[in-house]
Write a protein that binds this ligand. Structure first.
Ligand code: TYD
Ligand code: ZN
Length: 421
């Protein structure tokens, strides 16, 4: 571990408390989820502590360290999937934003962490004026080439001022799966307030902590994801920064997410009943109490032990097992459960940027699906968030006797294309 590259978290980034941390689980030292390696040979790889704590004051689930964003995001191999599941989801995000903000032709939609511009293309098709913000230079270039203007910077108050001066105020500021990646939420929200039109909505999509705990998607815990939010935690955060929660929807992507909108505290938007209901549910169902987090940790240990036993059992019976989808989640799953080349032959992935490299820590070769010469007996599905779509597409593999192992909430083998979650 390199000292300068990490900051240890002391104060809660939502409520500012310093002494209220409940230790939840420690996964030990883990490499960065997207740090694909050039060689398979054993070599010194940077690892960082992966440890989760919960703030008893506001119930933010947080990692204990923050890895330098320059290290994580300046060149970023993660490319938003153009899978059917994601394309449908992005249409749904446009629909919900439109419904909540009543977007008019030419209104400005700014997306933070806009990646290759795919979500913004859907907004553009719906008549909006769009602008992306993404610090990954490689991705910003791709977005530009698709006609999505993109500012290649981290979003902060200065960037926000600059954008407002050049492009005007935004009716929607969208951050899909980016809010959980940001350490200094105060700076981001100060920027959002500067760029937001008077009745604009700041709208974020984040994994929902309730779904994380219930669905046990512990592999979505990696260094990029600093925070895991309840609606009540976000509500506390917004209120501290002059914003008010307006609406929320639960979505099925990435193991269960929420799309939450907040307006200026003084704006005309009322707070929807759905927000109050979810906040009440979080309290009544125990998500504000230590016990929920103790149980979460115990269930993670069980799932991990179960998965390792299942895979090793298959291998000892002479079955061949490989991985499907070199997701970031897969890095946590394989490293935390201690699975690697002793059990798994390779990992397929459709992302050209990952092919020819080796998975972080576990060093499985990443192959293009077409380069697999002999199919294994089982694929461990590291991209389980696309289980339904993938199993439908791979029906020939299943019909030929193959199986998919879905690792969470508990390991399960599928030999027919059924809905996994
Ligand atoms: P993804 O679920 O997008 O997220 P994360 O990296 O945040 O965990 O990762 C899915 C990976 O799986 C991505 O590298 C693309 C790959 N993939 C396939 O190889 N085949 C497929 O059919 C799909 C849908 C994804
Ligand atoms: Zn807190």
């Amino acid at each position: 571990m390199s000292g300068e590259a990490v900051r240890t978290v002391t104060r809660c980034r939502v409520c500012g408390s310093a002494e209220e941390w409940q230790p939840v689980i420690s996964f030990g030292e883990v490499p960065l989820a997207n740090s694909f390696q050039p060689t398979a040979e054993p070599h010194a790889e940077e690892t960082y502590p992966l440890e989760v704590v919960s703030c008893r004051a506001c119930r933010l689930l947080s990692l204990t360290v923050v890895v330098d964003p320059e290290l994580l995001y300046r060149t970023y191999p993660y490319v938003t999937s153009d899978s059917e599941t994601m394309t449908r989801h992005m249409q749904e995000v446009v629909r919900l934003c439109d419904e909540r903000s009543s977007l008019a032709e030419g209104d400005l939609v700014v997306e933070l962490g806009s990646n290759t511009g795919q979500q913004l293309m859907a907004f553009r098709d719906a008549g909006a004026r769009v602008l992306g913000v993404d610090p990954a230079l490689n991705l910003a270039q791709i977005a530009e080439s698709r006609g999505v203007p993109t500012v290649p910077e981290f979003f902060d108050a200065t960037t926000a001022e600059d954008i407002a001066a050049r492009h005007g105020k935004a009716s929607v500021i969208l951050g899909r799966h980016v809010f959980a990646h940001v350490d200094d939420l105060a700076e981001l929200l100060a920027g959002a307030r500067r760029l937001l039109a008077d009745d604009g909505l700041f709208t974020i999509e984040v994994p929902y902590a309730v779904d994380l705990l219930d669905g046990l998607a512990f592999d979505t815990i990696y260094h990029e994801h600093l925070s895991y939010f309840l609606v009540s935690t976000l509500d506390t955060l917004f209120a501290r920064h002059g914003l008010r929660t307006v609406d929320v929807a639960r979505l099925s992507v990435h193991g269960g997410s929420i799309l939450v909108s907040a307006g200026r505290a003084e704006s005309r938007w009322p707070t929807h009943e759905r927000v109050r209901e979810l906040i009440a549910h979080e309290r009544d169902a125990g998500y504000l109490a230590d016990e929920a987090y103790e149980r979460f940790a115990a269930r993670i240990r069980e799932t991990c032990a179960g998965l390792t036993a299942l895979v090793r059992g298959l291998v000892s019976e002479g079955r061949r097992v490989a991985c499907y989808g070199a997701s970031a989640k897969g890095t946590t799953l394989l490293n935390v459960c201690g699975l690697g080349p002793a059990e798994l032959e390779f990992c397929t992935d459709t992302t050209p940027q990952k092919q020819g490299l080796f998975t972080p820590g576990s060093h499985l070769p990443v192959l293009a699906p077409d380069d697999v010469r002999r199919q294994p007996d089982y694929y461990l599905l590291l991209a389980w968030n696309y289980a339904e779509e993938i199993m439908r597409r791979e029906s020939a593999f299943l019909e030929a006797g193959g199986g998919f192992i879905v690792p969470v909430p508990e390991p399960k083998v599928y030999t027919e294309p059924v809905i996994a979650r």
